[in-house]
Write a new protein. Structure first.
Length: 309
């Protein structure tokens, strides 16, 4: 297990964000370059962040490499950050992450019944509290596909305000991911930008009080970014995200943590494709990755400015 003065439990960041009427950006990473991009953007705007790793990212990078990269990022960071497991599927992966030094984990049993979800979540909370690690859970289910998450739209459902309070009381969680109209992946709507159910968010917030709420699937999937990627050979179709205006409105009404993955993926993909096309004779992969890293940093900065202003 590693520890660092700049690594803190996510709850500390989220509680402070609520007080300041801001939100903490939680960005998924898949390699060293995306970690560098996210931390560099956070340093530039002087904003705390949450670095998120999915189970797929852990499998791809290897736990030892992942932890070593984040440990190096802590050394380079001028802001505090949390290392968070995104959508942990069971107690075992949550325990592995806690034992490896993650300061926050998410246990996602939202596909189960309310009672089973609460029972499995409480098991993780009880273990995490022994190490001062934050726990996020989910009530309600988002549609879409992203890494380990794959939910058909017919199986998605919104979070009930009364159930949210009951769930929080039963489990002792530090934050709750709710379903109010977002979805995972780049296809968040095929006829235009989806609208968040802000009235439902307000009702949930009234019920849960100061419990930090989390918005998953909150990438904006900016049209200009999609068009740029497609210009250089990508084929991203029917891609729509959450508007910056909706995101700002959600923050005003109690969202304290906002998850972003797709926006970084699109920017990084665009950078790789552009660099490859414009430098066809180069065999230096560092040049491709450095350019992609810069675009990923820029999109992270754009998101962070939305969350804090």
């Amino acid at each position: 297990m590693f520890a660092h003065k700049n690594l803190v439990p996510a709850r500390e960041l989220l509680v402070q964000a609520l007080k300041e009427k801001k939100a903490i950006g939680a960005f998924n990473f898949s390699n060293m370059e995306t970690v560098q991009a996210i931390v560099s953007a956070a340093n530039e705007i002087n904003s705390p962040i949450i670095l998120q790793a999915s189970e797929s990212a852990i499998k791809y990078m290897g736990m030892e490499y992942l932890v070593a990269i984040v440990s190096a990022a802590c050394e380079k960071s001028s802001v505090v950050l949390a290392l968070h497991l995104d959508h942990g599927k069971d107690f075992e992966i949550c325990k592995k992450c806690i034992d490896s030094g993650f300061s926050s984990v998410m246990i996602d049993k939202s596909s189960l019944s309310f009672e089973e979800n609460a029972e499995k979540t409480k098991e993780v909370v009880d273990y995490a509290k022994r190490f001062g690690v934050s726990v996020e859970a989910e009530l309600g289910t988002l549609a879409g596909v992203e890494d380990e998450v794959n939910v058909n739209s017919k199986d998605a459902f919104y979070t009930a305000p009364g159930a949210a309070l009951n769930f929080a009381d039963l489990t002792g969680i530090d934050s709750l991911a709710i379903a109010i109209g977002t979805s995972h992946g780049p296809n968040k709507g095929k006829r235009g930008n989806p609208k968040l159910d802000i009235e439902r968010l307000k009702e949930i917030k009234k019920k849960v009080g100061e419990l930090p709420l989390v918005l998953h699937g909150a990438s904006s999937v900016y049209s200009e970014e999609v068009e740029k990627a497609n210009e250089y050979g990508a084929d991203i179709q029917n891609a729509f995200g959450i508007t910056d205006e909706d995101i700002k409105e959600s923050i005003k009404n109690g969202i304290a943590k906002i998850n972003v993955d797709t926006d970084i993926r699109i920017a990084f993909l665009s950078g790789i494709r552009q660099s490859l096309m414009e430098n066809p004779s180069s065999i230096d992969i560092r040049k491709y990755l450095a350019f992609a890293r810069e675009l990923a940093k820029n999109i992270t900065l754009r998101k962070l400015k939305t969350f804090v202003k």
